[in-house]
Design a protein. Structure first.
Lengths: 77, 246, 263
């Protein structure tokens, strides 16, 4: 049962400040390199992102388009 | 005045309702800012929750006034009384709506410049220590990446996958209001032009405002200039065809 | 988002339709505008076909609805971004709303995080910048059909929301929302009533139904797409909102702002 001796606005303020929610998951900045799981080679810029330049392993099954920073040229030949 | 006339009763009633709305407004002005400042949620959900509930209180007052007017006041009014009472109600209604807006006009929901500064500082500190995970050389970030991106190492050319973290990603969320807040001068010039010369004549002032705003957005979110140009065109279309200035 | 269209509509169906028509007639007819659509609109209205009247009205203003939206493969706005189509993006968004992680979505689609991020930004901006509402309508249709998506439909959330509602009960609620339109509009009403009484409606859904807003809205896109259903259920939704509002006001002390003021 809600208290009667505080103002309506005060009550609304209380509800807002005490509201429990799912915690917003903070993700820290990070950096990683994906090596080929087949032969261990890294992906060099000039070889494209989609296939391993050494053993042909398919990193990415889709075709890259001209996006924001990723471009069509990033498809392995 | 006979206190039992419809006019006397209506006047008293609406005056009391107005006073009640005034009380809510005054308290909300102060509490609103307190909640906004205390709300650490990235999406300001607690503040929006507060605001929504306060607006619902005003709506409730307007609803009660409207129902009373329609079902108890007007049906019992005679002749010239009806005109005066309609005026009384309309003025009252406009006043309550204005109070509702006034309650939040001065509240700073979020300090966008501060948030921007925090984002950029966190980003700067984060990238200072990033090295290529293949060869260990320092990674050069030529710009602000607001989402996960591939950064090629200058020395070994390996593609590193860089994720700027959740704080940097908030930039997409605040870019537009931040850009708009930096173009207040142009916006005010547009408003003046529109009130003086009408919507069509103010189109070029609106254009200037939008161009300035998307220039700011390009700076805040590098790489999206084509998309921002589409945004500009959407806004101009809505203004010219629908008369809406978002 | 169709709620926005109906937000300002009070009154009955006829008044609503008449207002729509009045607005159309008062607008300057821009170049290339389809004057025949006005006639179509009038004809539909006269036949009591509100869905038809709504769509003709939208068409005459150059806008699409959920039924008239087209996924034209030659439309630049419909091109996949790094292989992520609008169907993929919408289903992905729905599954993320359900509690899947972006990582799960990326693995299922065979893409990496930067590709998903670019697709997300691009699709969101296309919706923002499209004054015909075509993109957003196609998106919404796919959002509501997420469970039919070949690669994403069956994903089990790795980051499901914390709730005391059992998995079984949550699934029951979901199934009921899918098939019982009265229940769907009742829950929409409860959501509105919650916010009006200072409670976080999204959290209320999690605590009471074990479902997220995305899950609830996903079940209802089929209702929201149908103008006739929307019009039919408006009064019911209002009635339910009043009931929930009374209950929430009592529970939270947020009601009766002017109860003591009598005429």
């Amino acid at each position: 049962m809600a208290e009667k001796n505080i103002s309506l606005v005060e009550r609304i303020k209380q509800l807002a400040l005490e509201q429990k929610r799912e915690e917003f998951k903070v993700k820290e900045a990070n950096n990683s390199v994906k090596g080929c799981p087949q032969c261990g080679a890294g992906r060099a810029k000039q070889d494209g992102l989609t296939n391993c330049a050494y053993c042909g392993y398919e990193f990415i099954k889709v075709k890259l388009t001209d996006g924001i920073h990723i471009k069509k040229e990033d498809n392995s030949r | 005045m006979d206190n039992n006339t419809i006019t006397a009763r209506a006047t008293t009633f609406f005056k009391k309702m107005e006073a009640r709305a005034g009380e809510i407004m005054e308290e909300a002005k102060i509490s609103g800012q307190l909640v906004a400042d205390a709300d650490k949620d990235p999406y300001k959900r607690s503040y929006l929750q507060f605001k929504g509930a306060i607006i619902a209180q005003f709506t409730s007052i307007i609803q009660k006034g409207s129902t009373t007017f329609q079902t108890q006041v007007m049906p019992n009014a005679r002749g010239l009384e009806m005109i005066a009472l309609s005026q009384l109600y309309n003025d009252w209604n406009a006043k309550i709506v204005s109070m509702m807006n006034h309650a939040f006009e001065q509240v700073e929901e979020r300090n966008l410049e501060q948030e921007y500064a925090d984002i950029m500082e966190s980003y700067r500190l984060a990238i200072e220590k990033f090295v290529c995970k293949q060869c260990g050389a320092k990674l050069t970030m030529d710009k602000f990446y607001f989402q996960a991106s591939y950064i090629a190492c200058e020395f070994c050319n390996t593609q590193n996958t860089f994720d700027p973290g959740s704080k940097a990603r908030m930039m997409e969320h605040i870019a537009r209001p931040l850009a708009a807040s930096r173009c207040l001068k142009q916006y005010e010039r547009f408003l003046e032009e529109r009130s003086q010369s009408g919507r069509k004549a103010a189109a070029s002032a609106y254009e200037d405002y939008l161009k300035a705003m998307i220039q700011e957005m390009d700076n805040l979110l590098p790489g999206l200039s084509e998309q921002h140009q589409n945004f500009y065109e959407r806004m101009m279309n809505d203004y010219n065809k629908l008369g809406i200035a978002w | 988002m169709f709620k926005k269209l109906f937000k300002s509509l009070g009154g009955n169906l006829e008044d609503m339709a008449k207002d729509l028509m009045k607005d159309q007639q008062q607008q300057d007819i821009p170049n290339g505008h389809d004057a025949n659509a006005h006639k179509d609109q009038l004809k539909a209205y006269m036949n009591g076909d509100m869905q038809g009247a709504f769509e003709a009205g939208a068409a005459s203003a150059g806008m699409k609805t959920s039924n008239t939206a087209k996924e034209d493969p030659n439309d630049p706005n419909m091109q996949a971004v790094h292989g992520i189509s609008i169907a993929d993006y919408a289903a992905g968004a729905a599954k993320i709303g359900e509690g899947c992680t972006e990582e799960q979505i990326c693995i299922a689609l065979g893409v990496e995080q930067p590709m998903w991020d670019e697709a997300q930004t691009t699709w969101n901006n296309r919706m923002r910048d499209d004054n015909t509402f075509n993109v957003i309508n196609v998106y919404t249709n796919y959002f509501g059909k997420a469970k039919e998506h070949g690669k994403l439909g069956g994903l089990i959330p790795n980051a499901a929301v914390k709730t005391d509602v059992s998995d079984g009960k949550a699934k029951e609620h979901l199934a009921r929302l899918e098939t019982d339109k009265h229940y769907f509009f009742e829950i929409q009403a409860a959501l509105q009533a919650a916010y009006e009484n200072g409670i976080d409606g999204a959290q209320w859904l999690i605590d009471n139904l074990g479902l997220t807003v995305a899950q609830v809205n996903g079940t209802g896109t089929k209702y929201m797409n149908d103008f006739n259903i929307m019009a039919e259920m408006m009064d019911y939704q209002d009635q339910k909102k009043a009931e929930y509002s009374k209950r929430f006001a009592e529970e939270n002390g947020t009601g009766g702002v002017a109860d003591d003021i009598e005429f």
